[in-house]
Design a protein around this ligand. Structure first.
Ligand code: NAG
Ligand code: NAG
Ligand code: NAG
Length: 801
C-alpha cells in the first residue's frame, strides 16, 4: 500500500475528537476511518471523487449502499459524500475486538458496478475502567511473610488498546504495595504485595482503595475497595489445574450444555480449603451466555451461542477459598460455526415488464446473495431452472445479473416465473429460493394472417343486393390493439367500375356483401384484394385475394335464330319432291344466353301436319325426312318445334317451320294460302266481323248523312266530333309491322337468306302487300266523302287478302 494517503483532521467535537481518515484508492476498494460517537450527518469522505465518479450521475445510476448489517452510514446522492447515518458505539458494535470494521457495498447500475467500502470505527475513551466486584475481601494471617503476593481482580474497560486499563494504583498505606503485571494478552492485572508484616493486635481490619486507570486522554478511572481481615492462622492459596482452559463450543449449543469444568485445589482443611468459583473478568455479552457453578466450577451455556455474533470468548475465572485467598485462570472459548444460516437472496433491481423485442443479453434483474456463515458454509452456488430464456451471470462479489439468452416472444410465452436457488457449501447444505415474476410486454411484431391465402366465393346471379357472399378471417396473436384486425377492400376496378360498387366488407367481421345484383351473362367472375390491418402503431397488414364466381341461373329462355321467329318474317323451306328418307330438310338454330345445363338445348316437334313424315335431331335441331316423300303427301307441311333448355326449371321457346314439297317455284303463289293455313279460320272470322261492322257502320253513316241533310236547318251541328282511331289490333298480326306511333309501314322488302346446313339450297321470301297502303289514323272530320272513300278502299283491301 505504497499509495496510501493519510489525512488527519482535528474535529471541533467534544473532548479530543480525533478523526483519522485513510484512503486506499489503489485497489478499487475504499476504506475510511471514523471515530465512534461521531454525530449524524458528518461527511466521512467524498466517495464519488474517490471512486472517480461524477456526483451528478449517482442518482441516475441508482447508486446505493447495500449493507448486510445495520445502517450506520449512508450515501449523500447530491454531494457524493459518505455520511454518518446513525451514531455508532464501537463497544456495542464490536465488543472487545481490536478491529471494528463495517463493510458496505456501493452498487451502481447501468452498467452494474459494485465497490466495497469498509469503515474502521476507531475507539475513543468513552468508558472508564470498572471492577466486577467493587469490594474485594481478603483474610490474611498475621504470620504472612513479607513479600507474599495476593492477586487482585482485574478491572475491565470496554475500550480497547490505549483506552483500555493501563495501570493500577493503591491508596497509600503502611503494609501493602502494588505490583502490576502484564498479562499474556496485553491486559494488566495487579498483585498486592505485603511490604511490612501485619499485626492483628495492632490493626484487625484494613481498607484500601484500589484505582484502575486507562491510557486514554482524558484519563478515566474506576475504583474498588480492598477489605483485609487480619487472621491468626495460616493457609494455602487455591491452585487451578490449568492456567488456561481452552475449549471449543459449537454454536447453537443447547441451554445448560456444559462448556468446561474448572477446578482448583486448596491444601487447607475445612473452610480454608473450600474453594468457590466465580467469574473474575467477563464481557457483558458473555455474562449473558455463560454461568459458573460456584461449588463445582462447571460452566454452562445459559444463552444463545451465535457464531455470527461472536466467535471467541475469553473469560477470567477465580477460585477463592474460605479465607479469601484467590487465584485466577482463563477460559478461552472458541465457537465453531454451524451451517445455520441459509443464503439470503435479495433482488436489488428488476426491470418488469420487458418488451418482447429486448435484445439477447438484456439485463433484467440484479440479485445479491449473502450467507452469514463462514468458510464453506458461506460459499454460495446460485442457479435458476432450465428451459427458460434467461441465465444468471455471476457478477462481482456475490452479485448476479439475470440476462436473456434468446429472443423472447410474448405470443409464445407471456410471463415467466424464475426461481432462483441459492445453495451454500455447508454440510448439510442449506438452500433458499426466490421466485421472480417477469412479464413480457407486447410489441406489434405479427401482421394479421389470413386463414387462407385466397378465397373463392360463389354467388348465384340475380342475388339480392346486400347478401353476404363470403367471409374472410385473419388472425393476429398480438395483444389488444396490436392484435385487433380491421378488414378493407383494396380499391380496384372491375370492367372499369370501382369494386366498391360491387362488394363491401364489414371492417370488423370480414363478412363480404354484394352491393348489387349480379348478371352471369354480363360477367362471370372477378377478383378483389382484401387487406387485414391491425391497429398497432405502425400497423402491420397482409392481403388475400377473393375470387368471386357468379354462377348461372336459368334466367334466359332459348332464342331461336333460325327460322326467324314468327312476326318478323315469313320463311318457307322448299323440300324436293324426290327427297329420300333421312335427307336433311332444314335445321332449327337456337342459342341460350345461359351456360352449361341451362344452355343445353333439346329440340322436339310438338305439332306437325303429317306426324310421321319429319323428325328432328334431339340436340342438333336438324329436320330430316323420316321416310321417302311420296306424291300423296300434302304439299304444304307445317311443323311446330319447341326448343327447351336443360335448366331447373327448364325454359322453352317454340317456332314454326313451313315446308313446301315442290320442285317448282311457280307453285309459290299458293304459298299465301298455306302460310296462313293455321290462322286462316281466325282470319276469316276477323274479316267477317270487320265486314259486318264496316257495313253496319257504312249503312248507319249513310242514314246519318241523309238524316243530316233532312234536318239541316233543325240540327246544324255534327253528331260526331273529335277523333276516333281505328285500333290496329284489328289488323291481322302478320299484316304489317308497326313503327313509331302506330303508322303502317309503307313498303315491304323481300328478304332472302341462305339456309344453313340444308342441301336443298332454297330461298324463302316474304310476300309483300305494299299495294295496300293505309294511313294509320283515320279521322271522322268534316269531309265525309273522303272518309267514305277511304273506308271503301279499306274494305276492298281486306277482300283482296
Ligand atoms: C407464475 O406464478 C403466478 C402466481 O403464482 C401464476 O399465476 C402464473 O400462472 C405463473 N406463470 C407461469 C408462466 O407459470
Ligand atoms: C403494441 O406494440 C407497440 C410497439 O409496436 C407497443 O409500444 C405497445 O405498447 C403495444 N400495445 C399493447 C397494448 O401492448
Ligand atoms: C399484397 O401482398 C403482396 C405480397 O404478400 C404484396 O406484394 C402486395 O404489395 C400486397 N398488396 C397490397 C395492396 O397490400
Amino acid at each position: 500500500m505504497d499509495c496510501k494517503v493519510e489525512l488527519k483532521m482535528r474535529g471541533p467535537l467534544f473532548w479530543s475528537l480525533f478523526l483519522l481518515l485513510e484512503l486506499h484508492p489503489c485497489n478499487g476498494d475504499l476504506s475510511y476511518s471514523l471515530s465512534e460517537e461521531t454525530k449524524r450527518g458528518h461527511a466521512v469522505g467524498d466517495l464519488a471523487k474517490d471512486l472517480g465518479l461524477d456526483a451528478k450521475t449517482l442518482a441516475a445510476r441508482n447508486a446505493r449502499l447495500d449493507d448486510s448489517s445495520k445502517r450506520y452510514a449512508d450515501l449523500n446522492l447530491n454531494t457524493g459524500d459518505l455520511i454518518v447515518a446513525e451514531t455508532m458505539d464501537r463497544e456495542m458494535l464490536c465488543g472487545s475486538r481490536m478491529n471494528c470494521i463495517l463493510n458496505y457495498e456501493i452498487v451502481l447500475e447501468n452498467p452494474l458496478e459494485v465497490h466495497r467500502v469498509s469503515l474502521n470505527i476507531d475507539d475513543i475513551n468513552d468508558n472508564a475502567p470498572k471492577f466486577l466486584n467493587e469490594r474485594i475481601t481478603f483474610e490474611i494471617h498475621e504470620s504472612a511473610a513479607k513479600g507474599q503476593r495476593f492477586r487482585l481482580d482485574e478491572a475491565r474497560d470496554s475500550d480497547i488498546g490505549q483506552n483500555g486499563v493501563n495501570g493500577y494504583s493503591l491508596q497509600r498505606n503502611d503494609h501493602f504495595s502494588l505490583f502490576v503485571h502484564d498479562n499474556k494478552n496485553g491486559r494488566k492485572y495487579a498483585e498486592l504485595v505485603l511490604d511490612k508484616e501485619l499485626d492483628r493486635e495492632q490493626q484487625k481490619d484494613i481498607d484500601l482503595i484500589l484505582t484502575a486507570v486507562d491510557g486514554g486522554n482524558p484519563q478515566r478511572s474506576g475504583t474498588a475497595t480492598i477489605h483485609i481481615t487480619v487472621l491468626d492462622a495460616n493457609d494455602n492459596v487455591p491452585v487451578f489445574s490449568q492456567p488456561v482452559y481452552k475449549v471449543s463450543l459449537a454454536e447453537n449449543a443447547p441451554l445448560g450444555a456444559e462448556v468446561v469444568t474448572v477446578s482448583a485445589t486448596d491444601a487447607d482443611e475445612g473452610a480454608n480449603g473450600a474453594v468457590s468459583y466465580e467469574f473474575s473478568n467477563i464481557a457483558d455479552d458473555a455474562a449473558q451466555l455463560f454461568t459458573i457453578n460456584k461449588v463445582t466450577g462447571q460452566m454452562k451455556v445459559s444463552g444463545d451461542i451465535d457464531y455470527e455474533k461472536e466467535a471467541y470468548y475469553e473469560i477470567g475465572v477465580q477460585a477463592k477459598d474460605g479465607s479469601g485467598l484467590a487465584s485466577t485462570a482463563n477460559v478461552i472459548i472458541d465457537i465453531s460455526d454451524i451451517n445455520d444460516n441459509a443464503p439470503k437472496i435479495m433482488l436489488t433491481s428488476l426491470k418488469n415488464p420487458i418488451p418482447e423485442n429486448a435484445a439477447v443479453g438484456t439485463e433484467v434483474a440484479i440479485i445479491n446473495v449473502q450467507d452469514k456463515d463462514s468458510a464453506e458454509n458461506r460459499q454460495i452456488r446460485c442457479s435458476i431452472q432450465q428451459n427458460v430464456p434467461f441465465k444468471l451471470n455471476p457478477s462481482i462479489k456475490n452479485y448476479f445479473s439475470l440476462v436473456t439468452t434468446s429472443p423472447l416472444d410474448r405470443e409464445k410465452e407471456a410471463d415467466y416465473n424464475i426461481t432462483i436457488t441459492a445453495t451454500d457449501g455447508g454440510s448439510p447444505p442449506l438452500s433458499s429460493f426466490k421466485t421472480i415474476h417477469i412479464s413480457i410486454s407486447d410489441v406489434n411484431d405479427n401482421p394479421p394472417v389470413f386463414e387462407e391465402p385466397s378465397y373463392n366465393a360463389y354467388v348465384a346471379e340475380n342475388n339480392k343486393p346486400g347478401t353476404s357472399i363470403c367471409s374472410v378471417t385473419a388472425r393476429d396473436p398480438d395483444w389488444r390493439q396490436n392484435g385487433t384486425v380491421l378488414y378493407s377492400l383494396v380499391s380496384s376496378e372491375v370492367n372499369g367500375v370501382p369494386v366498391s360498387s360491387f362488394l363491401s366488407i364489414n371492417a370488423d367481421t370480414g363478412v363480404i356483401h354484394a352491393v348489387r345484383s349480379f348478371d352471369y351473362e354480363q360477367f362471370r367472375n372477378f377478383k378483389v384484394q382484401v387487406v387485414a390491418r391491425d391497429n398497432g402503431s405502425p400497423p402491420l397488414s397482409s392481403n388475400a385475394t377473393v375470387s368471386v364466381f357468379i354462377t348461372d341461373e336459368n334466367d334466359n329462355s332459348p332464342q331461336i335464330l333460325y327460322p326467324a321467329p314468327e312476326g318478323k318474317s315469313l320463311m318457307t323451306e322448299m323440300v324436293p319432291k324426290a327427297a329420300l328418307s333421312g335427307s336433311l330438310v332444314s335445321k332449327v338454330i337456337a342459342v341460350d344466353a345461359d351456360s352449361g345445363q341451362n344452355a343445353w338445348l333439346s329440340y322436339h316437334i310438338v305439332k306437325s301436319t303429317d306426324p310421321g313424315l319429319f323428325s328432328i335431331g334431339l340436340h342438333s335441331g336438324e329436320i330430316r325426312a323420316q321416310r321417302d316423300i311420296s306424291e300423296s303427301d300434302s304439299m304444304k307441311q307445317n311443323l311446330v318445334i319447341s326448343v327447351k333448355d336443360n335448366g331447373q326449371p327448364a325454359l322453352s321457346t317454340s317456332c314454326s317451320v313451313y315446308l313446301l314439297i315442290s320442285d317448282n317455284l311457280a307453285e309459290v303463289p299458293e304459298l299465301k294460302d298455306m302460310t296462313y293455313e293455321e290462322s286462316s279460320s281466325k282470319l276469316t272470322s276477323y274479316l267477317i266481323i270487320a265486314l259486318v261492322s264496316v257495313s253496319t257502320f257504312f249503312l248507319t253513316f249513310i242514314i246519318l248523312i241523309l238524316a243530316v241533310r233532312f234536318c239541316r236547318r233543325r240540327k246544324p251541328r255534327l253528331l260526331f266530333d273529335g277523333a276516333v282511331a281505328i285500333p290496329s289490333a284489328y289488323l291481322p298480326p302478320n299484316y304489317a309491322e308497326v313503327e313509331g306511333a302506330g303508322t303502317l309501314r309503307s313498303s315491304y322488302n323481300y328478304d332472302a337468306y341462305l339456309t344453313t346446313g340444308s342441301h336443298t339450297s332454297d330461298f324463302k321470301f316474304i310476300r309483300s302487300y305494299n299495294d295496300n297502303t293505309l294511313p294509320a289514323t283515320l279521322t271522322l272530320k268534316g269531309n265525309h266523302i273522303y272518309l267514305v272513300q277511304k273506308l271503301l278502299g279499306f274494305i276492298a283491301a281486306v277482300y283482296l287478302i
